[in-house]
Ligand binder design. Structure first.
Ligand SMILES: Cc1ncc(C[n+]2csc(CCOP(=O)(O)OP(=O)(O)O)c2C)c(N)n1
Length: 602
């Protein structure tokens, strides 16, 4: 793909960021999927002349980009907010080394936790790592800010963070394609130990550089055109950024607004001058009182989290009400029908969790589609903290409980998550003589974030063939002697293996392998749906224990039941929606009455 048209394009924020990266002449881009950041890399991979990849995790992704920057090319790393925690180690020290080719990190926060386990505010990382951070308010700005970020990066010898939030990442807006720019830095190997080797003597010097760089960036912030005042009525003044700026403009179209395009470091003089010229100052920001704290630290009186919620997303209605006390019908949210999450019909995870639910053990879980194993009727996940935590945690439980805990807890982790941060936990189990069992639910793909390939999938981001990580060999190489592979659609066999391995007195790994039904090759596979033979159904509801969306319960009156030949006590029967059924056969395995089969009429 190339972007040559001069017409405006209708792009999401993430598509616009990809276009911005392309126009900025990015040569190397590495990321790990995570909502709401995933589509940036997916879209960038369609442009010619940009090397893109899915890294095993965010730390690796940032280090890849940093390496590319060291040899003088423009490089990009993308991640969701919690990914920044994983990448924090290289992030903080890359602030000291600085860059050669421009280095930009796109960080996508998720206020309201639409698809996340927490809603941390990563503006705090810019402050803590002493890095500049830009925050666009729409797709057009997203593209332009990305290009500006590369310019700042090379001008100030610094990585630059571009922060988006879910609304910016996924909203669509008009974006004008622009000129392709590039770096004036030459791509070559340059040895510069004082800059790149961060041992204490060098790091102390670079620490001084970082302080001096922050001062220069502060000065720059005063004249940066994307920090701008839009004068209006002076009774109320708002300082805001990103999507909150859009909400403020909608709720208070006549007010004076200081819009910050760069949220760190702050233009102190501009803020002071603005504050002096308005009667009352309001800081409107989602999540933490980040701007508010720093503005208050300047000795400026303002309203912020005393009025505006610090949890979840904002919207114009919330802001208007918080400040004026008025409820406005104009901003009333549209009521949407709820869509509770569930595993897809035919999901292999369902079979595994059904089998696991019979083991009566504590399931130290992890993050992925399989986290839905927590929901009833499977109810088979008892903890979920962050990627990898289940594998390390189950070992902690084993060490805490000793022999008492044997056979009572197990870890479950997805294939992508295992590669991301489960392998080291498993090494720890083996190294420290544990007895824990780890189940790798291997559906061959990173399903939760939308089917991205990972090192165990056998393809790259561009769909080209790649070495396929062999979990069985890897686990044996780590030192796990008991490695068993099961097909989770075969529930009885899976149950047997789980019982044996969970009770083993030494480390074991169960690989529960069957492809995700949404993998394109699986989608193409012809599916023969299962059907119910109503006359054979006894109403035992065993099949409903799977929680499959393709199976539902049909209640019948006594009269209807009699017509169907049911016994008096039978209150209904299970029915399969053939249009939803993926033909996995898990329900047929559970049915002991020959009421579920593939032939017409049964
Ligand atoms: C540090 C971090 N990075 C990214 C994510 C987003 N994320 C959640 S689960 C997941 C991977 C899921 O893939 P897999 O383990 O294969 O399980 P599946 O969804 O296929 O069942 C990702 C990328 C996250 N929650 N935390």
């Amino acid at each position: 793909m190339t972007a040559k048209s001069t017409d405006k394009l209708w792009l999401s924020g993430n598509e616009a960021l990809a276009l911005g990266a392309y126009e900025a002449g990015v040569k190397v881009a590495s990321g790990y999927p995570g909502t709401p950041s995933t589509e940036i890399m997916e879209n960038l991979s369609k442009y010619e002349g940009v090397y893109t990849e899915w890294a095993p995790n965010e730390k690796v992704g940032l280090e890849v980009a940093l390496g590319a920057s060291f040899v003088g090319v423009r490089a990009l790393a993308t991640m969701k907010h919690v990914g920044m925690n994983v990448a924090a180690d290289p992030l903080f020290t890359s602030s000291y080394t600085g860059i050669r080719g421009g280095l930009v990190i796109i960080n996508a926060d998720d206020p309201e936790m639409h698809s996340s386990q927490n809603e941390q505010d990563n503006r705090n990382y810019a402050f803590a790592a002493k890095l500049p951070m830009l925050e666009p308010c729409d797709p057009e700005e997203a593209k332009e800010f990305l290009k500006t970020a590369f310019w700042i990066s090379e001008g100030y010898d610094t990585p630059v963070i571009v922060r988006t939030t879910t609304r910016i990442a996924h909203v669509k807006g008009q974006v004008a394609p622009g000129e392709k720019t590039g770096s004036s830095v030459k791509a070559e190997i340059v040895k510069d130990a004082a800059k790149f080797v961060m041992l204490p003597a060098n790091a102390r010097n670079r620490r001084k550089f970082v302080t001096e760089r922050m001062q220069r960036l502060k000065d720059f912030a005063e004249s940066f055109p994307e920090n701008r005042i839009e004068w209006g009525d002076g009774t109320r003044g708002f300082i805001t950024s990103g999507i909150s700026y859009m909400y403020v403009k909608e709720a208070f179209p006549d007010a004076s607004v200081l819009k910050l395009g760069m949220v760190w470091p702050l233009p102190e003089k501009m803020i002071r001058s603005f504050a002096e010229q308005v009667d009352e100052l309001f800081i409107v920001e989602e999540l933490d009182p980040f701007l508010e704290l720093h503005i208050k630290a300047m000795g400026i009186r303002c309203h912020g989290k005393d009025l505006i919620p610090a949890e979840g997303e904002l919207n114009p209605g919330i802001i208007k009400k918080a400040i004026t006390g008025e409820d406005s019908a104009k901003f009333a949210p549209v009521a949407l029908p709820p869509r509770p999450p569930n595993m897809c019909p035919g999901c292999p995870h369902r079979g595994l969790f059904y089998a696991l639910s019979k083991q009566k053990v504590f399931v130290a879980g992890d993050i992925g589609c399989y986290t839905l194993g927590f929901l009833p009727p499977l109810s088979s996940m008892d903890s979920c903290v962050c990627m990898g935590a289940g594998v390390s945690g189950v070992h902690g439980m084993a060490k805490a409980l000793g022999e008492e805990g044997m056979g009572k807890e197990v870890a479950v982790i997805g294939d992508s998550t295992f590669v991301h941060s489960g392998i080291t936990g498993l090494i720890n189990i083996v190294y420290n003589n544990s007895y824990s069992t780890v189940i790798i639910v291997d559906n061959r793909i990173t399903a939760m974030t939308g089917q991205q390939p990972n090192p165990a999938s056998g393809t790259t981001i561009k769909g080209e063939p790649a070495q396929m990580l062999n979990f069985e060999e890897l686990c044996r190489a780590i030192g796990v002697k008991n490695v068993v592979t099961v097909n989770p659609h075969e529930i009885d066999a899976t149950k047997k293996v789980l019982k044996e391995e969970i009770n083993r007195e030494e480390p074991s790994v169960v690989i529960s392998r069957a492809p995700c039904v949404l993998i394109p090759s699986e989608k193409k596979r012809e599916k023969v749906p299962y059907r119910t033979a109503i006359e054979n159904c006894t109403g035992c509801k065993a099949c409903l224990g799977l929680g499959c969306p393709a199976i539902h319960w049909v209640p019948v009156t006594q009269e209807e039941g009699a017509k169907l030949g049911f016994k008096e006590k039978q209150k209904g029967y299970s029915e399969i929606s053939v249009e939803l059924c993926n033909g996995c056969g898990q329900c047929a395995e559970l049915c002991k009455f020959d009421a579920i089969g593939k032939e017409e009429g049964r």
